[in-house]
Design a binder for this molecule. Structure first.
Ligand code: FAD
Length: 354
């Protein structure tokens, strides 16, 4: 190419002045029966970074019934980094229902105009995010694995797996506000709780009559998932992959996990083969985990597995193929036969921890 070749200049993006009025980062504070879902605090931690990059305030949004302790949720949100909270209280907001929550959230957005709105990719958050985005005719990026601000145009750059998880793509919503994103629990780090940190509460009523809502809560059946494996919150996870060759060998994963008081995880082919329950699957179509220690035995490290566990503080990989992708991101790698190494580790830890 000659030196005289024209240099392509990046066109400066001009935000529509009506959209430029949207300011601030919001996080939906999800709660049920007096308990805030921890993903809300994780999102406040991430929202704080985005708000600081933009030089704007971070707000929590609490939609609750009068007896629900909404004020307490707001004060908890301040401790996790919010500058202010929008508190909407109405008897119609008792227990989650799509109609009143969508109406409440869209009314708050239209009144106070945030530029970014984050929700947990939970059952409730996914349901609400979709209907709010559709009602507001704005963009929503679901199940994000990272969020940042593109400082060239001050837009939210939301990254998520695509094409079956084989690629990560970054999506921006340039011409619509608010820019919405959902993030699965444990994808973002839990921020430090700052005791005594304060903030402002802006109360906003919801004028909605119960008679206008077609869904009715007839009964409440508690979630029995507490009796199921609690992988997302485990400190130590020992996970097994298809490299263990057969179901009997998966027992070696259980034995090491028992000695370390760890949870047991698995890759998808292991779950598909019936060696482990679905609740133990780690990855894009399973659980996202964030343990202090993740031991992966006979797992190749495919991107769909990696997105579910790369938030671990320390990853130890055992694989007999020195070129396995898992060694690209593991902190420690053991090249060898997992069928020999797992029992050796179990025995060594048993002696050490005795
Ligand atoms: P393999 O790919 O078969 O790898 C086995 C590994 O074990 C190899 O690296 C091999 O070198 C090693 N090995 C073999 N023998 C031994 C031995 N004796 N000792 C030590 N190492 C040994 N996968 C998930 O895990 N979670 C998901 O949530 C998930 N979601 C998906 C969603 C979609 C839409 C798609 C398309 C795929 C998804 N997958 C998911 C599948 C993913 O692409 C991989 O196929 C899967 O992670 C591979 O599992 P694996 O590493 O156990 O098995």
């Amino acid at each position: 190419m000659s030196n005289d070749a024209p240099v392509k200049k990046k066109r400066k993006f001009e935000l529509d002045p009506r959209l430029a009025a949207y300011k601030g980062v919001w996080v939906f504070i999800e709660h049920e029966r007096g308990q805030v879902h921890p993903v809300s605090w994780e999102l406040l931690g991430e929202g704080r970074k985005l708000a600081d990059m933009l030089g704007v305030e971070l707000a929590g949004v609490v939609l609750a019934a009068p007896g629900d302790d909404g004020q307490r949720f707001c004060h908890d949100a301040f401790a996790y980094g919010a500058d202010l909270c929008y508190l909407m209280e109405s008897p119609t907001l008792q227990d989650y229902r799509n109609d009143p929550f969508t109406r409440g959230m869209t009314e708050l957005v239209n009144t106070y105009q945030p530029e970014v709105l984050l929700l947990g990719a939970t059952t409730q958050g996914r349901d609400l995010a979709g209907s709010v985005a559709t009602t507001l005719l704005t963009g929503l990026t679901a199940d994000c694995t990272s969020l940042t601000i593109d400082m060239d145009n001050r837009s939210l750059a939301a990254t998520r797996p695509t094409f079956g998880g084989s690629l990560l793509c970054t999506i921006v919503t340039l011409n619509y506000r608010p820019q919405m994103a959902t993030v699965r629990p444990r994808v973002m780090a839990m921020p430090e709780r700052q005791k005594g940190r304060g903030g402002r509460i802006i109360e906003h009523p919801l004028a909605m009559a119960e008679e206008s809502i077609i869904t009715k809560v007839l009964d409440y059946i508690p979630d029995d998932s507490r009796d199921k494996p609690q992988l997302p919150f485990a400190d130590i996870i020992v996970s097994g992959g298809k490299g263990l060759a057969k179901q009997e060998n998966f027992q070696l994963v259980w034995e090491l996990a028992r000695v370390l008081s760890a949870e047991v995880g698995a890759s998808r082919p292991v779950v598909q083969a019936g060696w482990a329950e679905l609740d133990r699957q780690v990855g894009q179509s399973g659980r996202t985990v964030r343990p202090k220690l993740y031991i992966a035995a006979g797992i190749s490290g495919a991107i769909q597995h990696r997105v579910g566990m790369e938030g671990a503080d320390c990853v130890i990989a055992i694989n007999n193929d020195p070129n396995a992708p898992i060694f690209d991101f593991a902190h420690y790698g053991i090249v060898g036969d997992a069928l020999q190494i797992l029992p050796a580790l179990t025995e060594a830890f048993r002696q050490k921890l005795a």
